[in-house]
Each structure stands twice: as structure tokens, then as C-alpha cells.
Design a protein around this ligand. Structure first.
Ligand SMILES: NC(=O)c1ccc[n+]([C@@H]2O[C@H](COP(=O)([O-])OP(=O)(O)OC[C@H]3O[C@@H](n4cnc5c(N)ncnc54)[C@H](OP(=O)(O)O)[C@@H]3O)[C@@H](O)[C@H]2O)c1
Length: 150
């Protein structure tokens, strides 16, 4: 199974290009707890910004400019390399877009308030995705989506 996990504001903003637009500890801790121990697929830029926070996870990095043991130039090869375990795709925007057709679950935190930035999550098509869980937290709303027909 392949899941996407992301935090966004109500306009689907996810980043400034240099990091997250917000600093919400509780939400970030929840993200780390959710992906803990699972294989992770991440874009080269996000890995350089926040890869150090992933310590117990096997990390598979998508890049066309760098090579190495954990680097892949193709998402399908990265998925294959992850094996049968539950895989999490942790961004950023370029990699979310590549992963959407392969994902069956989205874990989405919608951060309250408005922020500035320039990196956005792809559109979540209501004809493709349905909400199966919603939880309201003080600083964000947490949603789990499943792909229809899966
Ligand atoms: N709010 C959230 O939940 C969240 C989560 C993650 C990231 N972010 C934010 O998102 C921003 C970064 O996102 P981003 O979209 O700019 O970058 P990104 O998706 O993290 O990484 C982009 C890089 O991935 C590689 N790549 C892209 N398409 C590829 C393909 N088809 N095959 C192989 N490699 C490919 C390229 O690396 P090369 O250049 O090496 O070829 C590309 O430069 C940051 O601001 C970060 O903080 C937010």
C-alpha cells in the first residue's frame, strides 16, 4: 500500500521552497509518528531540507541530478525498491504529483490560518478521493482520504 502524507493550508499551500510556512509542533510530531519505521519516498529538495528528521526509516530519494544507493530517477523503481511494506510519500509538491496515481490513502492536515509560500499540493479530485476520517485539532483539521474503487 502507498500513502501520501502532507500538511497544507486551506489553499493547498505546503511550502516556501525553503521549508514549511508554519511551525506547528504537535502536527509535525504526528507526522513523524505516522511514518515511523515505514519506507519513505521523498523528493531530493525535501530530503535536503528535512531528511535529518527521519532516523529510523528507510528513505528512498527521487532525483535526476544525484545518484547513490538510495537515489532513484523513477518513482516506479523507488516503489519497487521499498518492497511490500506500507510506503509513505512525504513530498514535496513535485513528488506528490508523481505519486498520486499510485496512492490509495492520503493523510492530510489542513492547518488553520493563512500563510505565505509558493509550493502547493496537487488538487484532490472529489471524483477520485473520499474522506473516511476527520478529526478537529486546535491548530489543524486531520483528514484521511481513500481512493474510490480501491
Ligand atoms: N507541508 C508539507 O507536508 C510538506 C511536505 C514536504 C515538503 N514540503 C515543502 O515542499 C517544498 C519542496 O517541494 P518541491 O516540490 O519544491 O520539491 P521536492 O518534490 O521535494 O523535490 C523535487 C526534486 O525531486 C526530483 N524529482 C522531481 N521529479 C522527478 C522525477 N520524475 N524523477 C526523478 N526525480 C524527480 C528532482 O530532484 P533533482 O533536482 O535532484 O533532479 C526535483 O528537483 C519545501 O518548501 C518543503 O518544505 C512540505
Amino acid at each position: 500500500m502507498l500513502s501520501i502524507i502532507s500538511a497544507m493550508d486551506k489553499n493547498r499551500l505546503i511550502g516556501t521552497g525553503q521549508g514549511l510556512p508554519w511551525n506547528i509542533k504537535e502536527e509535525y510530531q504526528r507526522y513523524l509518528a505516522t511514518v515511523k519505521g515505514h519506507p519513505i519516498i521523498v523528493g531530493r529538495k525535501t530530503f535536503e531540507l528535512s531528511g535529518k528528521d527521519l532516523q529510523e526509516e528507510k528513505v528512498f530519494i527521487l532525483s535526476t541530478s544525484q545518484t547513490g544507493d538510495n537515489y532513484f530517477s523513477n518513482i516506479e523503481e523507488a516503489i519497487k525498491a521499498c518492497g511490500d511494506d506500507d510506503i509513505f510519500v512525504t513530498g514535496g509538491a513535485e513528488v506528490y504529483k508523481l505519486a498520486m496515481p499510485f496512492a490509495d490513502t492520503l493523510y492530510i492536515s489542513v492547518i488553520k490560518g493563512e500563510y505565505e509560500g509558493c509550493i502547493y499540493f496537487p488538487e484532490i479530485d472529489p471524483n477520485t478521493w473520499t474522506i473516511i476520517q476527520h478529526e478537529e485539532c486546535p491548530e489543524y483539521d486531520y483528514y484521511i482520504y481513500k481512493k474510490l474503487g480501491n
